[in-house]
Structures are given as structure tokens and as C-alpha cells.
Design a protein around this ligand. Structure first.
Ligand code: CIR
Length: 268
């Protein structure tokens, strides 16, 4: 793939080290807990992969009081020109916004904040070349999506608020951009029609978790338990890097949620 990849090109990222409390991270089911060592190993491999892909990674310290704070994508949204401090809709995650605010202020000239009482999580936001898609979910309500939309329009972005199937935690649990026009997504999300204007690659049955692919520069990071999806992407010419995600999957997480990524322009 040699075309321009502005929405997949990044040179900076923020991550947060997992806390020991990550074993108590939120999950929808009643499956077994991950281990701290297991999550730590997956996180370290992820950070190494970002660095190998050419990204300068700022690693924030672990926060024991917030088990899910490793998932920095949810309390913020970042662009080259500005950041938005979001407000997670999960009650025990809401204060993660305050915990990351100072970092955003250091890294970005402009930081927008959501009005009080509005909730939106970054896992529900897909930035595409044409528009920013905001998925409604249990974490991002209509008033939160609209408030975020108002901020994004101030940044000159088009916004589309879309439905998310109720079985999905976040919109991006079931999709990820592979390049400017290609999206990897699941059958259940594709059938809502949200990606009709994209070139869609649908994950095979049983590999829905693969959809949270993370394209970083020339590399497509993909969970390592999805061999059929990896083969498909490989055949399509994508440079797939399998990454272990079985531990974070136990607390309903995937690859995009462990970082905030942007292209830092020289003037920043
Ligand atoms: C949660 O339920 O909030 C965490 N256990 C997982 C968050 C994953 N975030 C994401 O996909 N953006």
C-alpha cells in the first residue's frame, strides 16, 4: 500500500503503564481475570511495536486507583492541531480524564473539554479522512456524542453519529481503518451500513476481535489469535504484525485502546 495515509500516520503516542489493579478491569462477562504479568508483557510488546513503527512513545506512570487507566484512548481524543478531553461513561473511569489532562496540556496547544454531564469515550470514535464517526454505545450517549461533535466541527471536521450494535462495547471494538478507504470490520457492524462508502474487509466468523486492528505507518498491528484475518490482510498487501492480546481481551480491550496517537507537526 503506497498511497497517502494521513489518518494512519503517526509520530507520537501516549501510553500508560498497567497498574497491578488492572486485573480488576471492567468486563461485560464473568470470564477469568487476566494476570498483571500477562498484561504487562502485552503492553511492553505493544509499546515496542509502536516504537519500531517510528513512533515516539510517552509512557505515563501506572495509576493503581484506576484499573482501566492503561486504556488511554478512552478519556481523550487527539489530533495534530488539538486534543479533546473526553469524559468516560463508565462511572469508575470518569476521573481518568482529570488524570490525563496535565499531559494533554503539555503536549497540545489547544485542549477542548466536554460540557458537564456529557459522556463520550475515545473507543467510540473513528477518525476517517472524510469525517469523524462517533458510535453511540453504553459509554457514549447521544448528548455526549453531540457535544463532542460540536467540538470537532470547531476543528473543521465533519461528524457522523452512528449506531453501534448493542452487543459491542465500543464502536471501534468492531472496526479499524487499514488505509484511507479500507476498513476491517465485523459482519454485525457492517450490516448496519455505516461503512457502505468504504472498501470493507469483513472478519471471518469467530475472529470478530480482529477488527480492532491498528494501522500505524507501514504496519497493521493485529491480535495474534486471528490467523485467517492475518492471511486475508497479508494477501491484500498489508504488512501485518501479530501482537498478543489474549490477556487484555479478558477485560474487553483491543489494540487501539492502549494508546493516543497523533502526527506531531514540526511547529508543535
Ligand atoms: C473498559 O471496559 O472500559 C475496559 N475494560 C476496556 C476498554 C477498552 N477500550 C477501548 O477499546 N477503547
Amino acid at each position: 500500500m503506497t498511497q497517502a495515509l494521513s489518518v494512519c500516520q503517526f509520530n507520537k503516542a501516549i501510553v500508560r503503564a498497567p497498574a497491578q489493579s488492572v486485573v480488576n478491569g471492567l468486563r461485560a462477562g464473568d470470564g477469568e481475570s487476566p494476570t498483571y504479568q500477562g498484561i504487562l508483557a502485552e503492553h511492553q510488546a505493544y509499546v515496542s511495536a509502536l516504537r519500531a513503527a517510528g513512533v515516539a512513545v510517552l509512557e505515563l506512570p501506572a495509576l493503581e486507583q484506576f484499573p482501566d487507566s492503561i486504556f488511554v484512548e478512552d478519556p481523550a481524543l487527539v489530533f495534530s492541531e488539538a486534543a479533546v478531553l473526553l469524559r468516560p461513561g463508565a462511572p469508575n473511569r470518569t476521573a481518568e480524564s482529570a488524570a490525563i489532562e496535565a499531559t494533554l496540556q503539555q503536549q497540545f496547544e489547544r485542549v477542548y473539554t466536554m460540557p458537564p454531564g456529557r459522556f463520550a469515550e475515545g473507543g467510540d470514535v473513528l477518525v476517517t479522512p472524510e469525517k469523524v464517526m462517533i458510535g453511540l454505545s453504553n459509554r457514549t450517549d447521544t448528548s455526549g456524542a453531540e457535544a463532542l461533535g460540536d467540538i470537532l466541527r470547531k476543528l473543521g471536521r465533519k461528524v457522523e453519529i452512528v449506531a453501534t450494535p448493542s452487543t459491542i462495547l465500543h464502536f471501534k471494538s468492531d472496526c479499524g481503518l487499514l488505509d484511507e478507504e479500507t476498513v476491517l470490520t465485523t459482519a454485525r457492524l457492517a450490516q448496519t451500513g455505516v461503512f457502505d462508502s468504504f472498501d470493507q474487509i469483513i472478519t471471518p466468523p469467530g475472529e470478530e476481535g480482529a477488527a480492532n486492528v491498528l494501522r500505524i505507518n507501514d504496519i497493521a498491528l493485529l491480535g495474534d489469535q486471528f490467523p485467517r484475518t492475518a492471511e486475508t490482510l497479508d494477501k491484500r498487501g498489508f504488512n501485518v504484525l501479530p501482537i498478543a492480546t489474549s490477556q487484555i481481551a479478558k477485560i474487553d480491550a483491543g489494540l487501539s485502546c492502549m494508546s493516543l496517537r497523533w502526527m506531531c507537526e514540526p511547529a508543535n
